[in-house]
Design a protein around this ligand. Structure first.
Ligand SMILES: Cc1cc2nc3c(=O)[nH]c(=O)nc-3n(C[C@H](O)[C@H](O)[C@H](O)COP(=O)(O)OP(=O)(O)OC[C@H]3O[C@@H](n4cnc5c(N)ncnc54)[C@H](O)[C@@H]3O)c2cc1C
Length: 300
């Protein structure tokens, strides 16, 4: 199968790239293996006209809208490998087939590595999250926990006006120089976290081996981000220090013909991906439009 633009990723970035390319009747194939970053989130927020919409509903609406365009093909499969021969990209798909394209829009997102604390993965996206814009308002007036000391100063300042109290659960880490107070601090190592009383019970390794508990409404955690897919490495794309693919203002990567959007990429001016649905959509639109404009300029 051959297409003009292969879009890898069916989250907000890839879906919007697909819509922009479809609107201009540019042939495109959207690949989606169904592993979304916000898969465990029941309601997304800070998305105008979709504040509180379940992410699955958002994606279903997007696919209904995209179905109106016959220049777009959606393949619900994984791409495993990409290679470039001349000005053609070849994607090897998990279903055994091959897709060639004149341009690539990568929108494969990131994978969150959570702190190694028992029970954290079960809470992730619900009673544990990373973004105060997305997740704090629903817990207004509650006692909010911050896990780890690296984000403590920043998150304490962000969450202070929303929470009744903020507690930093240092998990054995030292407080950084940027720490100026504003929250209780529990220095102990965190043994586990679990659902309890509508919120989270945190079990701490107290002195002399006696376990202690903290009850909070929700936890804020800074995960370590990893590329979800191997394509940045396979294509030798330049990365930012964060590990995000380096792009310019138009979504162009360091390799001509390859564009990137969403959480997997950011401009060097940003310290990390500006991870949100709206930003990912905007980046997807830019990457899609730039891919189209570049092909058009080349007479393709
Ligand atoms: C817990 C949590 C809560 C959040 N809440 C909010 C919120 O309330 N509001 C908000 O604005 N943002 C929120 N976010 C951030 C938001 O989810 C991301 O910014 C957004 O999903 C990024 O979109 P994306 O398209 O870059 O990636 P994703 O949505 O992660 O999509 C990646 C896509 O790539 C596909 N893919 C990956 N590898 C392959 C491959 N090899 N082959 C084929 N397809 C592949 C996946 O299947 C998927 O379709 C939250 C994030 C987390 C972790």
């Amino acid at each position: 199968m051959h297409t003009d633009v292969a879009i890898v990723g069916g989250g907000p970035a890839g879906l919007q790239a697909a819509l922009s390319l479809s609107r201009i009747h540019r042939r495109a194939v959207l690949l989606d293996d169904g592993t979304y970053r916000n898969a465990t989130v029941s309601h997304m927020h800070n998305v105008l006209t979709n504040d509180g919409t379940p992410p699955a509903d958002y994606r279903a609406t997007a696919h209904r809208e995209l179905a109106a365009y016959d220049t777009l093909t959606v393949l619900r499969t994984r791409a495993d490998e990409v290679e470039q021969t001349g000005d053609t990209f070849r994607l090897h798909l998990a279903n055994g087939s091959t897709l060639t394209a004149a341009a690539l829009v990568l929108a494969t997102g990131v994978r969150d590595e959570l702190p190694a604390i028992g029970g954290m993965a079960e809470l992730w996206g619900d009673l544990a999250a990373q973004c105060p814009f997305c997740h704090a308002h629903e817990f207004a007036g509650g006692r909010i926990g911050i896990v780890g000391t690296a984000p403590a100063a920043h998150l304490t300042a962000m969450l202070g006006p929303i929470a009744s109290e903020v507690v930093v659960l240092a998990n054995g880490e030292a407080l950084p120089d940027t720490w100026h107070g504003g929250a209780d601090v529990r220095p102990e190592r965190i043994l586990s976290v679990e659902r309890h009383g509508g919120g989270v019970r945190v079990t701490l390794a107290g002195p002399d081996g006696v376990r202690q508990h903290e009850q909070v409404a929700v936890l804020f955690v800074m995960p370590t981000l990893h590329q979800s897919a191997p394509f940045a490495a396979q294509l030798g794309l330049e990365l930012n220090p964060s590990g995000g693919v380096r792009i310019d203002e138009f979504g162009r990567t360091s390799r001509p013909g390859v564009y990137a959007a969403g959480d997997m990429a950011h401009q060097p001016a940003f310290p990390m991906p500006m991870a949100s649905v709206v930003v990912a959509q905007a980046m997807g639109q830019l990457a899609g439009i730039t891919a189209h404009a570049t092909l058009m300029a080349a007479g393709r």
